[in-house]
Design a protein around this ligand. Structure first.
Ligand SMILES: CC(C)(COP(=O)(O)OP(=O)(O)OC[C@H]1O[C@@H](n2cnc3c(N)ncnc32)[C@H](O)[C@@H]1OP(=O)(O)O)[C@@H](O)C(=O)NCCC(=O)NCCS
Length: 180
């Protein structure tokens, strides 16, 4: 699926655009949003790089990385960023972050659902997983709501905010996705 265009009950995924920079910077440049992420708040030039590489990834054949804008169905402005990276053995890792102004409405859960739909239904993946901070209850909720079960603890997985941090991984297999 290239370009990606997916729709859930309230949200859409679309490809990134150059004019998404400010909206993505409001997310990735934020202390609040990155509190539990694997990196410190990103400066503007780093966000420009995320957009540029997301746009460039579309031209890679076969495509292995999907950095996508999350928008409302009713408005094409970016309210979140969703990422799917393909790995060997038909596996894929997901990542997601939303603007804090829209937290707490179920959009995180719908974003994970759309990522799983992209991976399993459009790209034929077998296994999809995500890694979160042990303290990240909202991420745990969004993945667990989509039947992504906790699988493991990776010790000292990332060095972030000045310290080593463990990750908890969540996973779902294709037959579990179909059985939902
Ligand atoms: C993770 C994130 C996308 C969740 O978005 P959201 O739209 O607020 O999530 P939802 O409204 O779908 O909530 C998902 C579940 O988590 C729960 N939840 C949400 N925020 C919570 C919080 N701060 N503490 C505890 N539980 C929380 C919700 O109640 C819900 O569970 P339920 O369905 O059992 O009621 C959002 O918090 C975010 O962008 N965080 C910063 C980036 C990040 O951590 N990304 C994940 C990286 S692994």
């Amino acid at each position: 699926m290239n370009p990606v265009a997916l729709e859930g009950p309230r949200l859409r995924f679309r490809e990134l655009r150059e004019d998404d920079i400010d909206a993505l910077f409001a997310i990735y440049g934020s202390e609040v949003v990155t509190e539990h992420l694997s990196f410190d708040p990103r400066p503007l030039d780093s966000v420009v790089g995320v957009i540029a590489s997301g746009i460039a990834d579309r031209r890679v054949d076969p495509r292995t990385a999907y950095g996508l804008a999350v928008t409302l169905r009713t408005d094409s402005g970016l309210i979140g960023y969703a990422r799917l990276t393909l790995e060997a053995h038909r596996a894929g890792q997901i990542g997601f972050a939303l603007d804090p102004s829209v937290w707490g409405r179920g959009y995180g859960t719908e974003t994970v659902q759309l990522l799983l739909q992209l991976g399993f239904d459009q790209l034929g993946l077998h296994r999809m997983w995500g890694a979160r901070s042990p303290e990240n209850a909202a991420s745990s909720g969004a993945m667990s709501r989509n039947a992504m079960v906790e699988e493991a603890r990776i010790r000292d997985h990332v060095f972030t905010h000045g310290a080593w941090r463990d990750s908890i991984t969540h996973v779902i297999l294709e037959d579990e996705w179909r059985a939902r």
